[in-house]
Design a protein around this ligand. Structure first.
Ligand code: A3P
Length: 363
């Protein structure tokens, strides 16, 4: 289904070389690019206004502390724009006092970022309300995925931040900067159940990327591992496979919904922080769905306004599904997915993840 295609920009410029395949063996580039040959994607991606995606296969995975015989990171679905960024990103300097937050999209990343930032910054609510979360906690590879209006370069913002830096990424373990594994900064990973992710991701892409397909079409491409950052199951499982690392904390959206104080306590222990019950109650209040939805430093209203206006959809602004902090429920998918499609997503998980230890992360 897939075939290798164009090699890196570095390849042809290596000295003393005449043979491309030989060069391919010796090049120091960090990834391989694999063209998507899936017929549904190829014949209809433009109709759905999808990005030009490509599968990005990490190299040098010996650095990643997953010691399962035969384990290899799966190629990750990204936009072709990543080609401009790959080597620079994998060689990024990591600092030991960095805090990294990783996730598959729509799993509660923003919620977790705000929680982690506040816990690590002595509950400085004033700064949190004043300064945009997107600057306090930059999405490090975003410029390698999307052409951003306004000239923001989040990679540079992250590189230039004073320590301790707070860095968000949606990349799978295989595509993290190499120094993550030697410098070992604190890393938090958040994950969420499959049906909620599919629905939340669809509404997000329909809003932010003007995705024009239906929820069903989106879900089917998600199940063919052909949405941004797919494959989703491997993304979650691979971070669980490094759960033995002292510098990694796994947290979960559904637990944050049912028992936020318990998750906050674990995060405090992980960062060696301690707060009074009163302070923790204030934090829970700040992190409530209503409070976050009304918080301009993280609700992305401005960005959504700009995108909807720029794509002639300003009239959709007040639609419930056009909010970045959208619905915030554990079972919200029930009003979007037909029972048949919900069952299909569950069956997809059962087929892709036969190991029940991991299956329960998704169902
Ligand atoms: P829904 O689209 O299901 O509402 P991310 O930050 O990774 O993009 O995740 C976005 C999801 O987290 C959205 O899910 C959003 O509404 C939800 N979310 C954000 N803040 C939340 C909060 N305080 N409580 C519950 N859910 C929240």
């Amino acid at each position: 289904m897939i075939r290798q295609f164009a090699l890196s920009k570095n390849i042809e410029s290596l000295p003393g070389s005449s043979n491309r395949s030989e060069l391919y063996q010796v090049a120091t580039m960090s990834v391989n690019y694999i063209e998507i040959t899936d017929p549904v994607y190829r014949t209809s991606w433009k109709k759905r206004n999808e990005h030009g995606y490509v599968l990005v296969e990490p190299k040098e995975h010996w650095r990643i502390p997953i010691r399962e015989p035969g384990w290899k990171p799966k190629p990750c679905c990204l936009t072709k724009r990543f080609e401009k960024f790959d080597d620079e990103f994998s060689a990024m300097e990591v600092r030991s006092d960095d805090v990294w937050l990783a996730s598959y999209p729509k799993t509660g990343t923003t919620w977790s970022q705000e929680m982690v930032w506040l816990i690590c910054n002595n509950l400085d609510f004033e700064t949190a309300r004043k300064e945009s979360l997107f600057m306090r906690f930059p999405f490090v590879e975003l410029n390698g995925i999307a052409d951003l209006p306004g000239g923001f370069d989040y990679f540079k913002i992250a590189q230039d931040m004073p320590s301790p830096r707070f860095i968000k990424t949606h990349l799978p373990v295989g595509l993290l900067p190499h120094q993550i594994w030697s410098v070992k900064p604190k890393l938090v990973y958040v994950y969420r159940k499959a049906k909620s992710v599919a629905v939340s991701f669809y509404h997000h892409m329909a809003t932010i990327a003007n995705y024009k397909g239906t929820l069903e079409e989106f879900t089917r491409s998600f199940m063919r591992d052909l949405q941004l950052y797919s494959p989703y199951h491997d993304h979650v499982i691979d971070y669980h496979k490094i759960s033995h690392l002292d510098n990694l904390l796994l947290i979960n959206y559904e637990e944050m919904k049912t028992d936020l104080p318990a998750v906050i306590k674990r995060v405090c222990v992980f960062f060696n922080k301690s707060y009074t019950d009163e302070q923790l109650a204030e934090l829970c209040n700040h992190l409530s769905f209503e409070s976050m939805r009304n918080n301009p430093s993280l609700n992305a209203n401005e960005m959504v306004d700009m995108i909807l206006t720029g794509t002639g959809r300003a009239h959709e602004r007040d639609h419930a599904n056009r909010q970045f902090i959208r619905k915030g429920q554990v079972d919200g998918w029930k009003s979007d997915l037909t029972p048949e499609l919900a069952e299909e997503i569950d069956n997809w998980t059962r087929a892709k993840v036969p190991d029940v230890k991991y299956q329960k992360l998704f169902l």
